[in-house]
Design a protein around this ligand. Structure first.
Ligand SMILES: [Zn+2]
Length: 233
C-alpha cells in the first residue's frame, strides 16, 4: 500500500454531536475536498476534537499524501453531506471521504483513488455509487474537481478509481518453462545435417554427442556406472 491507513476514531463524547452514534447502512461514498490548502490529514483529525471547533461537521476518512485516517466507524453516520438527517440523506447513508489539498496533491489524489477503489470493491459496489458533496446539497465540493462547473477533475477521479478496481492481470503461468527457454538447433557435421537436433539454452549449445561423434568417425562409449561418455578416434 502506498499510504498508511490509520484508525483513530473521535470519542462519542466529542462536542457538537460530531459522532452521533447513529447506525448507518451505507450505499454510497461521498467525496470532498477539505477546503484548506495547508492542512494535513493529521491536522484535520485533530480539528475534529479541538475544543475551539463548535461546528456539527464530521466525516469518516481524511486522506493526504501519506496517510488515510479513519475518524469515525464506517457504519456510523457523520455530518458531511449538508442535507439534514433524514433516513435517505447523504449524512445517513454515505461514507464521507475528505481529500486534503496540502502537500503533493497528485499523490494525495492517487491515494484517495486507491482507498475509494478498495472501499467499493470490499462492498461489491461500482463506480455509480460515488457521489460528490455537490450531489447532496449543491455545495461546490470537492472544489478542486469543480473546474468552473465542468467537473473534469471529477470525471478524471472516477476514471482513476475505475482503473484501480480492474483486476490486475495474472502473470501467465508457463507450463513448460524448460521448453520455452530452449531454442532448437540444427546440427550439421561436414555439411551434412543430422537427424538428431541440438538446442541452445542460456547461451550454451547442447548437441547429441553420439550422433555428432559418430558422424566425425569417432567411437562413443557410455559408461553407465561412471556416468561418463568416452569418445575415441
Ligand atoms: Zn464537502
Amino acid at each position: 500500500m502506498a499510504y498508511a491507513y490509520v484508525t483513530n476514531h473521535i470519542p462519542k463524547s466529542t462536542p457538537a454531536n460530531r459522532r452521533p452514534g447513529l447506525v448507518m447502512h451505507s450505499n454510497t461514498i461521498t467525496i470532498h475536498n477539505t477546503g484548506n490548502a495547508s492542512s494535513t490529514a493529521a491536522n484535520e483529525r485533530a480539528w475534529l476534537t479541538n475544543p475551539a471547533n463548535n461546528r456539527t461537521a464530521s466525516y469518516h476518512i481524511v486522506v493526504d499524501e501519506r496517510e488515510a485516517i479513519e475518524c469515525l466507524p464506517l457504519n456510523e453516520a457523520a455530518w458531511h453531506a449538508g442535507d439534514g438527517s433524514g433516513a435517505r440523506s447523504g449524512n445517513r447513508t454515505s461514507i464521507g471521504i475528505e481529500i486534503c489539498e496540502s502537500g503533493n496533491y497528485a499523490k494525495t489524489l492517487d491515494n484517495a483513488a486507491e482507498l475509494v477503489a478498495r472501499l467499493l470493491k470490499e462492498r461489491g459496489w461500482g463506480i455509480s455509487q460515488l457521489r460528490r458533496h455537490f450531489d447532496w446539497s449543491g455545495k461546490v465540493c470537492p472544489r478542486l474537481m469543480y473546474d468552473g462547473g465542468k467537473w473534469t477533475g471529477w470525471a478524471a477521479f472516477k476514471a482513476a478509481v475505475e482503473a484501480k478496481m480492474k483486476p490486475k492481470e495474472e502473470p501467465k503461468v508457463n507450463e513448460k518453462p524448460e521448453k520455452a527457454d530452449r531454442l532448437e538447433a540444427i546440427v550439421k557435421v561436414n555439411g551434412k545435417e543430422l537427424s538428431e537436433k541440438g538446442y541452445v539454452e542460456k547461451g550454451i549449445t547442447y548437441v547429441p554427442v553420439r550422433a555428432v561423434a559418430e558422424a566425425l568417425g569417432a567411437k562413443v562409449k557410455w559408461d553407465g556406472a561412471a556416468k561418463s561418455v568416452e569418445i575415441t578416434r
